[in-house]
Design a protein around this ligand. Structure first.
Ligand SMILES: O=P(O)(O)OC[C@H]1O[C@H](O[C@H]2O[C@H](CO)[C@@H](O)[C@H](O)[C@H]2O)[C@H](O)[C@@H](O)[C@@H]1O
Length: 496
């Protein structure tokens, strides 16, 4: 939490205990954009020099925000009522009303993406915030364990046997994945469709049932931002080891894989985390490529879905984190992947939008920019190529088919390998945290479940079948976790 808001909130703590939630708060892109513009206008010089802007003190509120990129910003806004109704004018309010009667205390954070979505991230002493997006699809319901709840859910990490509530996704991705690996062409295309946002968009029935589904899913996979007390207490006496996926976790998903840059704010956040905890990037990309995006020498890098592990090149403060490591369990496949990459480029070149990426120990066939009617021909091509390479298999990520060696190695194995390298093979003194967004990250989540150690955190806006314990909505929340929540819960203070 920004320092200004923290001190403000501390001063008013005496009023918080009497608060009630009056109604959900709806934040629209339009009004928040006006709010943002107002800041930018007032703080123009500052914005240009420090990429940030902050301040808003109304008669009844306080807000702070920080710009983290040209189209992305995060902020917090606080309003309160002590004993009487405050009338807020539009100037001070974040919603459309010209006057808003405030009958609650709330603290919430918002993320604005270029698509104009807002999410309530954090609530203290209150229950629910519903945020809307332009599409009306991404709905955030933040639930805390406050006794103010009508229904008081004491959130614990969901157990390994927890089955997520049914009904939010028509087709189980895991079942599809099995079919994909063993089954026919229809399964491929079915799977591709199921994983595409356009498909998911067609599922919602009504706004209220979407909210219900999301709420139900969130009960099994609560936001990691709300679960820090649980993570803190689980970490007592243990070494946290941080595992971070790259695409969709540290960087937003974009059309061109070569332009999936992470923001400077995110880089600073990861750097800060790595100062205190051994930190590894675990990515489907080739190691060099992901390093060229992250550019932090103090990290471990596990590229090609964990088949290429190295690092760190610069010793970190943490003694255990400074062992040199280089591990490539699929090195014999290098010439084969190179060859299959070239064949795939050739066989898919007639399909507009298809893109093949050489990830060293695996190859990725992207169809994000391929028209849906060409997905089937694209899958046909990939399948026909694979017939010639029985030692390769295919898995699916976000609008990408990943061609990889049949060896039993994945992100879960990479996580185990890294823990072992760090001296935590059979140790109870470690708390691994793994943040990822993709199906391939599920292998790591499963390992954590099996070890009964640490927490998997899934980055997803929509409910998904997952073995992760907690969730985050999007990459910016991972950043918030690192810059606001970790320090607030004393993680860094206790180890520095
Ligand atoms: O394990 P990850 O770090 O998440 O890598 C998985 C794949 O990520 C990249 O593709 C994904 O992100 C692209 C950029 O946002 C997007 O265009 C694509 O649709 C996504 O699938 C990367 O390009 C792949 O090589 C990785 O396998």
């Amino acid at each position: 939490m920004p320092r200004g808001v923290r001190s403000w909130a501390t001063k008013r703590r005496d009023t918080w205990d009497n608060c009630q939630v009056a109604k959900p708060v709806v934040v629209t892109a339009k009004t928040a954009e006006q709010w943002r513009e107002k800041f930018v206008r007032e703080k123009k010089g500052e914005r240009e020099s420090v990429w940030g802007w902050r301040g808003l003190r109304g008669p009844s509120g306080f807000g702070e925000a920080e710009e983290v990129g040209p189209t992305e910003w995060t902020g917090v806004f606080v309003r309160w009522r002590a004993s009487s109704n405050y009338k807020l004018t539009r100037r001070d309010s974040i919603n459309h009303s010209t006057t808003t009667s405030i009958t609650t205390v709330f603290l919430s954070s918002f993320i604005h993406s270029s698509r104009g979505s807002f999410f309530a991230l954090e609530m203290t002493k209150q229950n629910v915030v519903v945020a809307e997006t332009k599409s009306g699809l991404a709905i955030t319901v933040a639930v805390s364990n406050s006794s103010l709840f009508t229904v008081n859910h004491q959130m614990k990490p969901p157990s390994a046997t927890t089955t997520p509530a049914a009904g939010y996704i028509a087709i189980s991705p895991n079942k599809l994945l099995k079919k994909l690996e063993t089954g026919g062409m229809n399964a491929w295309v079915e799977s591709i469709r199921a994983s595409s946002p356009t498909h998911i968009k067609s599922i919602p029935t009504s706004l209220s049932s979407s909210i219900q589904d999301y709420t139900s899913w969130m009960l099994h996979h609560p936001s990691a931002l709300n679960m820090f007390e649980q993570i803190t207490s689980a970490s007592k006496g243990k070494q946290i080891v941080m595992f971070l996926d790259y695409d969709g976790t540290l960087s937003p998903i974009v059309e061109d894989p070569d332009r999936a840059f992470m923001s400077e704010g995110m880089r600073i956040a990861v750097k800060n985390v790595a100062r205190y905890f051994p930190t590894a990037i675990v990515s489907g990309r080739c190691r060099d490529k992901v390093y060229s995006f992250v550019r932090l020498t103090e990290l471990y890098y596990a590229g090609s879905h964990g088949m290429d592990i190295k690092g760190p090149s610069k010793s970190s403060k943490n003694k255990k984190g400074s062992h040199p490591v280089l591990f490539q369990p699929a090195s014999e496949f290098l010439p084969m992947i190179d060859e299959v990459y070239k064949v795939l480029v050739e066989r898919t070149k007639s399909i507009p939008g298809a893109k093949v990426e050489n990830n060293k120990f695996c190859a990725s066939v992207h169809f994000r920019c391929v028209d849906e009617k060409s997905w089937s021909p694209l899958a046909d091509q990939v399948k026909s190529v694979l017939k010639e390479y029985p030692k390769l298999r295919v898995t699916q990520g976000r609008k990408v088919l990943e061609i990889r060696p049949t060896i039993k190695w994945d992100k879960g194995k990479a996580l185990e390998f890294l823990l072992e390298s760090l001296g935590f093979a059979n140790s109870n003194n470690v708390l691994p945290l793994y943040i990822g967004d993709d199906r391939t990250d599920e292998d790591a989540f499963k390992v954590l479940r099996k070890r009964r150690q640490g927490f998997g955190i899934l980055v997803s806006k929509t409910p998904k079948e997952t073995s992760a314990s907690y969730s985050l909505q999007e990459p910016s929340e991972a950043r918030i976790l690192a810059i606001h929540v970790f320090p607030r819960y004393g993680f860094f203070a206790s180890v520095s």
